[in-house]
Design a binder for this molecule. Structure first.
Ligand code: NDP
Length: 424
């Protein structure tokens, strides 16, 4: 019996909220809040007749910590589930600390305004010191570690699929299959087809920023020192034959969980992340980038300030609307290379999810489903005390077993391959 404040009511949050409502014994009360309360209320009205979970709604602009604090003080939740955007992470963490409430999210902090000189100073220093130039990294949220520890509060970061389940798979492999893991390849394949020439499967601004950025991976030199290797965007391509999806082109991207896994998986030498993209997506993205449509810098247009990528977002299909038209499957998982009982071992742990099955069950496509279910399961781990560790932690720092059990129960069972084809 617990009370959760859920901030965000978009594609991912909708799945998480619907799943919370199937588990009223844990989520006995939820409050759904975002800037547009009417969207939250619409979803609440759809769900109320069929759930024992008591659902209320609120309007909140979570860009400001004081707004979130005021709502927390009024609603008194046991956990704040941040399923809004990465821009709000720090404000919501500040509010949780002020009010003494546990926190979770699905993506690590990145600023909305990457031209902010204060942020830029820290960013430039990090690029030089660390060697990767993505706009997001864990340092901002890891800086809260001591504060959460002292307050006796748990902050669970990145409880989606990747980040999220990908890290639970690493913890599971280390716990049950390996003595040491040397190499991890995280493969994210979306074999779905929505019929549009160009659309993004989750928030376009966040998605396009991630995909158009330089790629990078974690590697180790001959002296055993780990370091980042950065490459131009989309410059490492591999072809992989995915179970139940088939052969797809995939490209090496920077991804946030590489950063935490490099710290938390002892002895790991290389970690890479690959995502599949079709040629049409890449051609459109390159063209949009070339003409400046992915820029986050405001421009004056007919007397008004317009942020090109936000204007583009308004033109693109709403990711939440892709459900009915998307067919095919996703296959997301990790291939491990390491040692067990002194012998070399390889192992592949993955989930296959069908877009149309997700749509039939919850009215969402598989990308929102595969993110929303782990968000709900992560919240459940914190609320039931299974993942109670004061401080700021990523998923691989917790016991994977109860989480993986919950994933199976709520729609994301895993599959294993003890002789996988490796990525060269
Ligand atoms: P959407 O754009 O569909 O939804 C975002 C939601 O956040 C909306 O309901 C919006 O409502 C709300 N929101 C935005 N700004 C604010 C604000 N200032 N205050 C309060 N609410 C706000 O995004 P998605 O559902 O696609 O993505 C949600 C999160 O999931 C993102 O952080 C994304 O990066 C992450 N994600 C993680 C993945 C993973 O595997 N880990 C995969 C895919 C996504 P309103 O406009 O009413 O405020």
């Amino acid at each position: 019996m617990a009370r959760a404040l859920i901030i965000g009511c978009g594609a991912v949050a909708t799945v998480a909220i619907k799943k919370c409502c199937t588990c009223s014994e844990v989520f006995s009360e939820i409050c759904i809040a975002s800037r547009h309360r009417e969207n939250c209320e619409k979803l609440a009205q759809e769900l109320r007749p069929n759930t024992k979970t008591v659902i209320t709604t609120a309007a909140v602009d979570a860009d400001k910590a004081e707004n979130v604090s005021a709502l927390i003080k009024e609603y008194k939740p046991d956990l704040v589930m941040n399923i809004a955007l990465p821009y709000q992470d720090l404000a919501i963490m500040d509010a949780c600390l002020e009010c003494g409430v546990n926190y979770m999210d699905t993506a690590n902090y990145e600023p909305e305004n990457i031209d902010d000189p204060e942020w830029r100073k820290v960013y430039d220093k990090r690029c030089k010191e660390q060697g990767f130039s993505a706009y997001f990294d864990y340092s901002w949220q890891w800086a809260y570690k001591e504060k959460f520890e002292k307050a006796g509060l748990t902050a669970l970061l990145g409880s989606g699929f990747d980040p999220g389940v990908s890290q639970a798979y690493c913890a599971y492999a280390l716990k049950h299959q390996f003595d040491t893991i040397e190499e991890i390849d995280i493969l994210d394949c979306n074999g779905g087809d929505h019929g549009y020439k160009f659309a993004t499967n989750f928030n376009p601004e966040i998605n396009l920023r991630e995909v158009s950025a330089p790629g990078s991976y974690w590697d180790t030199d001959e002296n055993g020192k780990g370091h980042w290797v950065e490459i131009p965007a989309m410059s490492i391509k591999r072809v992989y034959n995915f179970d139940q999806v088939g052969q797809k082109d995939m490209y090496l991207l920077h991804h946030e969980e590489i950063e935490s896994l490099a710290q938390n998986i002892p002895g790991v030498k290389r970690i890479r992340f690959f995502m599949t993209f079709g040629q049409s997506y890449l051609d459109h993205m390159r063209c949009l980038e070339d003409v400046g449509m992915l820029s986050t810098q405001p421009i004056k247009f007919q007397g008004q300030d317009i942020v090109p990528i936000q204007f583009l977002k308004a033109l693109l299909p709403d990711p939440a609307s892709l459900g009915p038209r998307t067919v095919g499957k996703t296959n997301i998982g990790c291939i491990f290379k390491g040692k067990k009982d002194g012998k070399d071992k390889t192992y592949y742990l993955y989930n296959v999810c069908d877009h149309q099955e997700c749509y039939k069950e919850l009215g969402s496509q598989a990308i929102a489903y595969t993110t929303g279910v782990p968000a709900m399961c992560g919240a459940m781990m914190v609320l039931t005390g299974k993942w109670n560790k004061p401080g700021v932690h990523t998923v691989e720092e917790f016991d994977p077993d109860p989480f993986m059990e919950a994933l199976t129960k709520y729609g994301l069972p895993w599959q294993e391959n003890f002789n996988p084809v490796l990525v060269d």
